[in-house]
Design a binder for this molecule. Structure first.
Ligand SMILES: Cc1cc2nc3c(=O)[nH]c(=O)nc-3n(C[C@H](O)[C@H](O)[C@H](O)COP(=O)(O)OP(=O)(O)OC[C@H]3O[C@@H](n4cnc5c(N)ncnc54)[C@H](O)[C@@H]3O)c2cc1C
Length: 391
């Protein structure tokens, strides 16, 4: 067992930290205050990130990406956790691996431009009546000769107004239940496809979230991603590593940065003639946060290594999703407490972190749903989830 970064990994982490410190940190407050990232800033971030090789690093080299192992990808995402979600999205790309399931023609048309940063896309699964229960969607795609006719509505879609296309689930066979859902690539601008207004959120400033409306949108046969009826299987197979990265690793990075700021504050802030860090109740909070971050990070790396050994690690990913996002929630809550009134005040970073962190326990499967996944596996017999000897 190795618990040390290689020289290459150390270089990757330190270069990335420098990039984030120089390019992204100065923009955080501006985006928070204005609610948007200026186009010229977004373009500069993309260019500089691409020049340094950070953009779409998770995608295999043969598709123009960085070809990172899962572990190295997690190291990268953990560093990106040091900044806000929208800046990560612009600097790293959020190129979901689901497009790797496409035909060579689909990869040429949709994956390659995404890896180069020329087009961006979002995943659109959630509907007003189908959130956790992803199989209960009502959006349909019915076949008419060679084309598909898409009708329905998606909601809460991240970055909706900035995306050029969407990966959308739709029912293609009403009788086939789970096996009757397929996935389509839907370009913005098609007749009958409208994007609703921004739904303001508690946090995550700098981007938009919106409903998508499909009113008999005509889709060509080339837009079906993966085999017909395999939509949910495709999502299950391709979104796990993304979840580990975008939620697990980023949450741990965020928690680490918050703890850094909190320790600094506990050193500086004096009450009753002493730095507040000398009070035992403050010390307990700092120690608890450090212990929880460390445990979550080890679980993240162990899961990443397991995937790199060829395992699917579905339940382990769920474990990290819950552990990391809930650790982030506790760490930021303690930070507000330790910062006192300035932790609650707008304009200082802790209040923003508090709002931004809350969604991590909800999107990409709530804590409850992931606990259900873990518990079902345990009840079927999966001692390897908690017993090293059984692995
Ligand atoms: C900021 C933001 C960004 C998002 N981005 C996207 C996106 O880009 N693409 C996309 O497709 N979706 C996106 N979503 C949707 C997100 O994934 C869903 O909100 C999430 O999956 C939960 O679904 P829901 O909101 O319908 O809650 P519900 O499914 O209605 O759940 C409500 C509560 O019931 C609990 N619950 C439900 N079922 C069970 C069960 N079986 N056992 C125990 N408890 C249960 C849940 O855990 C939760 O606490 C986004 C949401 C937000 C807020």
């Amino acid at each position: 067992m190795e618990f040390q970064l290689s020289d290459e990994q150390s270089l990757l982490v330190s270069t990335l930290r420098r990039f984030i410190g120089i390019e992204l940190h100065p923009l955080e407050d501006i985006v928070e205050q204005t609610g948007e990232l200026a186009v010229e800033d977004a373009e500069r971030i993309l260019k500089n990130s691409r020049d340094l090789g950070f953009y779409a690093m998770n995608i295999p080299e043969q598709h123009g990406g960085g070809g990172l192992s899962t572990l190295d990808w997690m190291l990268v995402e953990e560093q990106f956790g040091y900044t806000t979600d929208i800046l990560i999205r612009r600097a790293f790309g959020n190129v979901y691996e689901i497009l790797l399931a496409g035909t060579p023609e689909q990869q040429e048309r949709w994956l390659l431009p995404s890896v180069k940063g020329r087009r961006t896309f979002s995943i659109a699964f959630t509907e007003p009546e189908a959130g956790s229960d992803a199989a209960s969607i009502r959006t349909t795609a019915r076949r008419e000769g060679d084309t598909w006719i898409l009708s329905g509505q998606k909601c809460f879609i991240s970055d909706a107004h900035f995306s050029d296309f969407f990966v959308v689930t739709a029912v293609t066979d009403q009788e086939a239940a789970h096996r009757g859902i397929s996935t389509f690539i839907v370009d913005k601008g098609l007749e009958g496809f409208t994007i609703g207004p921004d739904q303001p959120m508690m946090g995550l400033r700098g981007t938009t979230h919106a409903d998508l409306f499909f009113d008999d949108v005509k889709l060509g046969p080339e837009t079906l991603l993966g085999p017909e009826g395999d939509g949910l299987k495709l999502a299950l197979e391709t979104l796990g590593r993304v979840r580990l990265a975008q939620i697990g690793a980023r949450a741990i990075g965020k928690a680490t940065r918050i703890l850094d700021l909190t320790i600094e504050h506990a050193r500086q802030r004096k009450q009753f003639g002493s730095p507040i860090g000398e009070f035992q109740m403050i010390q307990k909070m700092l120690a608890d946060s450090a212990m929880e971050i460390k445990a979550a990070r080890l679980a993240l790396y162990a899961t990443a290594c397991s995937i790199d050994r060829g395992n699917e690690a579905r339940e382990e990913i769920s474990m990290v999703k819950v552990q990391a996002s809930e650790t982030l929630g506790r760490v930021v809550d303690r930070a507000v407490q330790i910062f006192g009134g300035s932790g609650y005040a707008k304009g200082l970073p802790i209040e923003r972190y508090y709002r931004d962190a809350r969604i991590y326990r909800i999107f990409d499967g709530t804590s409850e749903i992931h606990r259900t996944v873990i518990a079902k596996a345990l009840l079927k017999g999966a001692p390897q989830l908690y017993d090293l000897v059984a692995q």
